[in-house]
Design a protein around this ligand. Structure first.
Ligand code: PMP
Length: 369
């Protein structure tokens, strides 16, 4: 196998990816190679990853439960900390039960894996997250996608299916920040003998979840909640079925209990609402200021604010120019988004200041000229 040639190809197409080593905690200010930057590409939307109370509680969790879970949930790894968090998440989402997974990626694979013998067809939004696409591939059903956020396109495809199906959507789209219309999707699901599954990785903790009866809800804890892991919530039988049948659930080590203790504190802070109010004010300020200086930011009310560039090389160049000015904003390229809609994905957090947002937008305006 010739990896060297393959890597050169990726470089030539401006699709090569590299990691930046962050020195210290995830926050609105980060340090990379000794350079201090304002971070506008973190999913730590509520600034909880480095929140003093969450950190303190995490440490207490380590004192009580040690560093690791030691096992999978079905052997000896399911602690009271995991169980309490599941109950708190079920309560928060208004569902009968919730089930913790180690990551959002494995939670999505886990739902598909459990439903392998239950489904005849699946329809997915064209811009759904990679883990939902991979879950679909995992169980061998054809990947069928309707046009992004287009109910007419979904309806047309749904009418052609027979047997039991599942309609799958991101709730807040990960690269666009726009939102699915859950009520409309559920109506199509009702007409077509299908279950609706939503992935609310980017809305959880920020927007009130809309979870129709007997639908499947998944959300992650590594974003607004500031820790890691994910959960699926729904009716009691469905959750019990996942425990029996979901291979990515069964065959993996449970996350460290201390993470659950920290996440319980995050959940308290989410409910208290102060960080959320700060984030929503920042989103408002960002949108108003970008409009005032005529920056063509796509329509989005979430923490994800995309600026479509339409070319990988150009997106990388602008990202680099911003980096030189001490702003970290990532360029999103294929295969994360389709070719032609390459973009800067700007993400806002509760602890950004309006001054930082104003400076970023001014620098982007310069970089585009
Ligand atoms: N779903 C969506 C929509 C996501 O954006 C992500 C992560 N970027 C995931 C699932 C996977 O979550 P995790 O990072 O916890 O694996």
């Amino acid at each position: 196998m010739d990896f060297s040639n393959k890597l050169s190809d990726l470089k030539q197409q401006h699709l090569y990816r590299s990691r930046k080593v962050i020195d210290g905690a995830q926050d609105t200010k980060i340090v990379i190679d000794g350079k201090s930057l304002i971070n506008f590409c973190s999913n730590d939307y509520l600034s909880l990853a480095n929140h003093p109370l969450v950190k303190e509680t995490f440490k207490q969790g380590v004192d009580e439960y040690g560093a690791g879970s030691g096992s999978s949930h079905l052997v000896s790894g399911h602690s009271k900390a995991h169980h309490d968090l599941e109950e708190a998440l079920a309560d928060y989402t208004g569902q009968k039960r919730a089930l913790l997974f180690s990551t959002g990626y494995s939670a999505n694979l886990g739902v598909f894996s459990a439903l392998r013998d239950e489904l005849d067809w699946i329809l997915q939004d064209k811009l759904n997250h990679a883990s939902l696409i991979d879950g679909n591939q995992l169980i061998g059903l054809p990947l069928q996608r309707y046009l992004h956020n287009d109910i007419a396109s979904l309806k047309k495809k749904a009418e052609k299916q027979s047997g039991k199906g599942m309609i799958v959507t991101d709730t807040v789209f990960s690269m666009g920040g726009d939102q699915a219309n859950i009520d409309d999707l559920q109506k199509i699901a009702n007409f077509s003998n299908a279950t609706l599954m939503q992935d609310d990785a980017h809305g959880f903790g920020i927007f009130n979840a809309n979870i129709p009866k007997n639908s499947i809800y998944m959300a992650t804890l590594g974003k607004a909640a500031g820790t890691m892991g994910a959960f699926v919530a729904g009716n009691a039988d469905f959750i019990e079925f996942l425990i029996q049948k979901s291979r990515p659930y069964i065959y993996t080590t449970a996350i460290a209990p201390a993470i659950c203790i920290a996440t319980l504190k995050s959940l308290e802070l989410i409910k208290q609402g102060e960080q959320k109010a700060k984030l929503l004010a920042n989103i408002d300020f960002f949108r108003n200021f970008s409009k005032a200086i005529s920056l063509p930011i796509s329509k989005s009310n979430s923490a994800i604010q995309p600026l479509i560039i339409g070319d990988s090389e150009k997106a990388l160049n602008i990202s680099q120019k911003l980096f030189d000015q001490d702003f970290y904003v990532s360029a999103i390229r294929p295969p994360t988004v389709p070719k032609g809609i390459e973009r800067l994905r700007i993400t806002l957090s509760a602890n950004h200041t309006q001054n930082q947002i104003e400076q970023l937008l001014t620098q982007i305006k310069h970089a585009l000229q």
